[in-house]
Ligand binder design. Structure first.
Ligand code: CP3
Length: 344
């Protein structure tokens, strides 16, 4: 009998003495070995589409820290690119895309089955990783949730308040909902292909879910997540799904049942005590240490890490940050966090 991987146990609802741990953006610029491989690739997108180098950077944090999960190295904005949007990254600023604002722009997107042509190197990375990871390490695939991806496609860049996407929603609901429907359909095919290639878990990142309020949240965050998870479960009933409706606040309550997610990932704006009573009661949760501790370290890092492990310790829990680790983080602080979680 092979012992089941710790991440899969947590996702199956098991409470463990030591929670499994991985970290959002664990392959990233805070690591010197990542910066070296990225320089070899030339730029970020070339790194994403180079299966050998993307495999290498995915493995780097596993080698250095022995995390319980590896997350495929790619980006949520590769899907819009595969649908025909132009995509580039401006150093020090972030992503830029061609924008969609009307029916003609929506109609110009490529048909869903065509996405695999652009995304085939990503599936190759997943296949490489399936063969290369240690037997105890779980491989996580991912995609952006339709709302979050749409905010970038509508604005052509990251925006502090997702204003352009909210404006299109209010001014031309047909085009806005049409875009979300196209993204929902394509995300199902993209994640399904990652699972076929060997992803053992998939995660849906709704980084900007928090700016959807009231019934907008239900329609444009919960609804698409439910549709995607339902379709994935029909094809891959044994593959767990993690949903991350970041900054959902009160809307975290009931998100497991409303979407069918096996695990709900928490940002660090919710207190562990509240989340235990209101979210973990429904299933596995992931989170939620503030990523700033990876910069500042010290006793506060150890104390806060211990408090999170303790608070979530009576139910299924995957230890993680509340958002991605930042480039200014100290790699030694990551080791300190892991040592505290594992009881060192
Ligand atoms: O977590 C991992 O290690 C896996 C890889 C991964 C990346 N992006 C690599 C990346 C994942 C899961 C993502 C998700 C992603 N990408 C999200 C959702 C999660 C979140 O952070 O809210 C979003 C919104 C994006 C879009 C994106 N990609 C932005 C806004 C930026 C620029 C900001 C930044 O941090 O530089 C990126 C670039 C990006 N994606 C980098 C990495 C490692 C940095 C690129 C570089 O090396 O210069």
């Amino acid at each position: 009998m092979v012992r089941q991987k710790t991440i899969l146990k947590a996702l199956a609802g098991e409470t463990q003495d030591v929670p499994p741990i991985w970290m959002m953006r664990q392959a990233g610029r805070y690591l010197p070995e990542y910066r070296a491989t990225r320089a070899e690739a030339g730029d970020f997108l070339s790194l994403c589409y180079n299966s050998d180098l993307a495999t290498e950077v995915t493995l780097q944090p596993i080698r250095r820290y022995g995390f319980d999960a590896a997350i495929l190295f790619a980006d949520i904005l590769l899907l819009p690119q595969a649908l025909g949007a132009d995509l580039w990254f401006v150093t020090g600023e972030g992503p830029r895309l061609s924008t969609i604002s009307d029916q003609a722009g929506l109609d110009a997107l490529k048909p869903t089955p065509d996405i695999h042509e652009t995304l085939s190197p990503i599936y190759q990375t997943v296949r490489n990783l399936s063969g290369a990871l240690p037997s105890e390490t779980t491989l996580i695939g991912f995609a952006g949730a339709p709302w979050t991806v749409a905010t970038y496609m509508i604005a052509g860049r990251g925006t502090p308040d997702q204003g352009p996407a909210h404006a299109l929603k209010d001014e031309n609901r047909t085009v806005f909902e049409g875009l979300l429907a196209r993204l929902t359909e394509a995300t199902i095919e993209y994640l399904s292909a990652q699972i076929d290639a060997g992803a053992e878990v998939v995660k849906l990142f709704d980084s900007w879910a928090g700016s959807l309020k009231g019934s907008d949240f239900d329609r444009y965050a919960t609804g698409p997540a439910r549709q995607i998870i339902e379709a994935l479960k029909a094809r891959h009933p044994d593959t767990p799904v993690i949903a991350f409706p970041r900054e959902a606040g009160d809307k975290y309550v009931g998100f497991h049942q409303a979407t069918g997610a096996d695990c709900v990932a928490l940002d660090n704006s919710v207190s562990p005590g509240w989340a235990v009573a209101n979210v973990q009661k429904d299933g596995c949760v992931q989170g939620n240490l503030a990523s700033s501790h990876m910069v500042t370290g010290g006793e506060a890092l150890a104390q806060e890490t211990r408090a999170i492990v303790k608070a979530f310790g009576n139910g299924p829990h995957i230890f993680n940050l509340g958002h991605g680790i930042t480039p200014d983080a100290d790699p030694d602080n990551v080791q300190r966090m892991i040592d505290v979680v594992r009881g060192g």
